[in-house]
Design a protein around this ligand. Sequence first.
Ligand SMILES: [Zn+2]
Length: 222
Amino acid sequence: MSDTTYYVHPMAEVSPDAQVGAGTRIWRHAHVREHAVLGESCNIGKGVYVDTHVQIGSRVKIQNNASLFDGLTVEDGVFIGPHVCFTNDTAPRAITADGKLKSTDDWQITPTLVQYGASIGAGSVILCGVTIGPFALVGAGSVVTRDVPPHGLVFGNPAHLQGYVCHNAHRLTNIQDSEGKPFMLAHKDRVSEASSKGSASDLNSKLVGWCPICKQTCQIGG
Ligand SMILES: [Zn+2]
């Protein structure tokens, strides 16, 4: 372990081959595997599983019993709610076509990225291969199957874009494009299309919204 200024509960298990940054706290029954990297000042809740090679930035909060598997990268300032589950295999099988138990050589990890400041609500499942954009908000119980744009609010199963949120996760109103025209959200097809081409952030790169709680405009582009 790279640093001794972090806290590990006596009933947590942190591999000596993991890296943990200063000020990070790892609570009871959490398990941090070898070659996982945790940044500074993170809070890793009870029963959290951090698989091998998972990369976690600084000031990340991971609530109880979340499961983070190999292939996942979490940037700084991300919130992961309780019981959130990330996946890492698009073609999961226990056995090969001829019935033998698969080994680690028999399958390929699909990476997933959660970007700066994003939040993922309790009990959500994140399918692998997606990117959740900066300051996006995933509603509780969602199943995320495609990219989420910056500041995007998604929920449901499968999760659809339902709006946009400010830096404080308040829902924005009066979304306008770069020409000041109202931006209607009746564009699920557009979002699907953009996301499938990996250009979800292009879709709203110049949108601006109004937060009625913060009482200020919010740039929601990437
Ligand atoms: Zn706000």
